[in-house]
Design a protein around this ligand. Structure first.
Ligand code: SAM
Length: 218
């Protein structure tokens, strides 16, 4: 019975990757492999397991969501990870994106403002055997100062403006992927810190995220 369910979820993952992710031009092999490996159904509420591989975000409690699989894949690809990076994630949520980052980077520091979500995510990621993830409950808009600088920063909630404090916590040559804009529609931005310490920003696509609430957010 378990094997049959595993097989069913594996098939759904393969279909998700082909039709939702590759079809929209995410092509990084390491990202696709990680999306294939991580069992998304382990990160959703029990009642939503049957929808875990659908092309949409799902509620995870506290009014928050696990992001659409395509957006997780796209944001990860935009980070251009090589395996050696120290990554800061703002918005742990279910921990699904965190798992993908932990597969592809060296160490992940992740901050969530809801303790209830952070606890569930940490339990799930511990069960899966990750030992390169550090969890914190609090306001991620102020970053994680004493662990900075970071090679990469990913913000999985919508900021009203480019988060300046987080930019300061990037290494020279580092990158941050962050949705920025209005409350209900944002641009997914890739921010780079140049050798001269300047900010360069490129818009990738339109997106819709839950708000980034905090000192340097909404
Ligand atoms: N990446 C997550 C996943 O895979 O499940 C989805 C994250 S969800 C779209 C955004 C998360 O950001 C929510 O869990 C929300 O509580 C969190 N959040 C919003 N503002 C925050 C802040 N200032 N600091 C930390 N987390 C924040």
């Amino acid at each position: 019975m378990t094997n049959l369910t595993d097989e069913l979820f594996r098939n759904r993952r393969e279909i998700m990757i082909k039709h939702q992710i590759c079809a929209r031009d995410v092509s990084s092999d390491i990202v696709l492999d990680a999306m294939n490996k991580i069992e998304r159904h382990l990160f959703v509420l029990p009642k939503d397991k049957g929808s875990a591989y659908d092309d949409r975000p799902l509620g995870i409690g506290d009014g928050q969501t696990i992001s659409q699989p395509y957006i997780v894949a796209l944001m990860t690809e935009l980070l251009e990870l090589t395996g050696s990076e120290k990554i800061l994630e703002i918005g742990t949520g279910s921990g699904y994106q965190t798992a993908i980052l932990a597969e592809l980077g060296s160490e992940v520091w992740t901050i969530e403002r809801y303790e209830s979500l952070s606890i569930v995510a940490e339990e799930c990621l511990d069960r899966l055997g990750y030992n390169n993830i550090h969890f914190k409950v609090g306001d991620g808009t102020v970053g994680w100062t004493h662990k900075s600088p970071f090679d990469r920063i990913i913000v999985t909630a919508a900021a009203p403006k480019i988060p300046e404090i987080l930019f300061q916590q990037l290494v020279t040559g580092g990158k941050m992927v962050v949705p920025v804009g209005e409350r209900h529609l944002q641009d997914l931005k890739v921010i780079s810190k140049t050798k001269a310490g300047q900010m360069e920003s490129v818009d990738n696509c339109r997106c819709i995220f839950v708000p980034l609430i905090g000192e340097d957010g909404w």
